[in-house]
Ligand binder design. Structure first.
Ligand code: C2E
Ligand code: MG
Ligand code: MG
Ligand code: MG
Length: 292
């Protein structure tokens, strides 16, 4: 691993060579291993989607499910979704990953339909880069049609990034919206998730970032921010959903402010595909009703 040592020495400066530590070497090795093993993981079931329910606070019924990518590396353990996306981009496997996640979403939609729950929407996260480099509009519209699935049952969650040229993405999003796919603006209130894209006309839902949701019961600023996003959604007739709902207090506050859709550890952590139908049932039969 002399190349690694050299890189580190250069990065840290010649005189600091002594301080080249195992920590940095581990980080580099970790990245190399992740990139080396990623393709095989995508092809196998090692890398897969887990699912988290989104609950209607008015009825206590599950209204949607978000797919979240998961990978436990045999040596390095849990690899976070952003790390997976970055590595996939590095090795040119991002379209393959998008494809796999979409296929997982379709499989779940099929199972929901079979169990008599076609009204539960399935949401897939799309990073700005995936939106930019892959023909996601075609993938989704043709993929749903080929499987006999309805676009009305499918949602994509997008985030914004300053570095991206949105003119191409805009066209794809418009195509998807016109075909009946719902489009949620994720992590609203953070980074570049801004008002600009709301007025483009294809946003059907705003997801309030968990940072503000979890803060809303202790910080007045956060509560006011949450309230203003809910009011904005109402004024524009855009659905509003809250993520990171961890306590009953959180859920009650949201409901009192007029936010009906909620997602978070209070109801369930993301679960594997074999657990999701049981999890829906557990949530819906739970005696711990909020509106009490
Ligand atoms: P996100 O789309 O905002 O997803 C919500 C994140 O919050 C998930 O983290 C979820 O596990 C976590 N979460 C849910 N409920 C709670 C809660 O009550 N408290 C707290 N503290 N966290 C909660 P995760 O799975 O680590 O995903 C992180 C991000 O990675 C996602 O944020 C999304 O932007 C991205 N991502 C995940 N899966 C995919 C995927 O398949 N494709 C793409 N492109 N991005 C993905
Ligand atoms: Mg999301
Ligand atoms: Mg989010
Ligand atoms: Mg987030």
């Amino acid at each position: 691993h002399s190349d690694v040592a050299l890189y580190a020495a250069k990065a840290k400066g010649r005189n600091e060579f002594y301080f080249f530590d195992t920590e940095l070497r581990h980080q580099l090795e970790r990245r190399q291993h992740i990139e080396r093993d990623l393709r095989a993981a995508i092809a196998s079931s090692d890398l897969t989607s887990w699912f988290q329910p989104i609950v209607d606070l008015d009825t206590g019924r599950v209204a949607g499910i978000e797919a979240l990518v998961r990978w436990t590396h045999p040596v390095h353990g849990t690899i976070s979704p952003p790390e997976i996306i970055t590595a996939a981009r590095e090795i040119g496997a991002l379209p393959v990953l998008t494809d796999m996640v979409f296929t997982n979403c379709c499989a779940l939609m099929g199972r929901l339909n079979k169990s008599g729950r076609p009204e539960i929407k399935v949401a897939m996260n799309l990073s700005p880069l995936e939106l930019d480099i892959t023909e996601v509009d075609k993938l989704i519209i043709e993929g749903l049609r080929a499987r006999g699935l309805s676009t009305a049952q499918f949602e994509i969650e997008i985030t914004e990034e300053s570095s991206l040229d949105y003119s191409r993405a805009d066209k794809k999003l418009r195509t998807l919206a016109e075909a009946g796919v719902s489009i949620a603006l994720d992590d609203f209130g953070t980074g570049f998730s801004t008002f600009a894209s709301i007025k483009n006309g294809w946003i059907t839902k705003i997801k309030i970032d968990k940072e503000f949701v979890s803060g809303s019961t202790s910080s007045l600023d956060d509560a006011l921010l949450v309230k203003s996003v809910i009011d904005l959604g109402k004024a524009l007739e855009i659905e509003v959903s809250a993520e990171g709902v961890e306590t009953k207090e959180n859920a009650k506050l949201l409901l009192s402010l007029g936010c009906v859709l909620a997602q978070g550890f209070l109801f369930s952590k993301p679960v594997s595909s074999s657990e999701i139908l049981g999890t829906i049932e557990r949530i819906e039969t739970s005696k711990a009703r909020l509106a009490s």
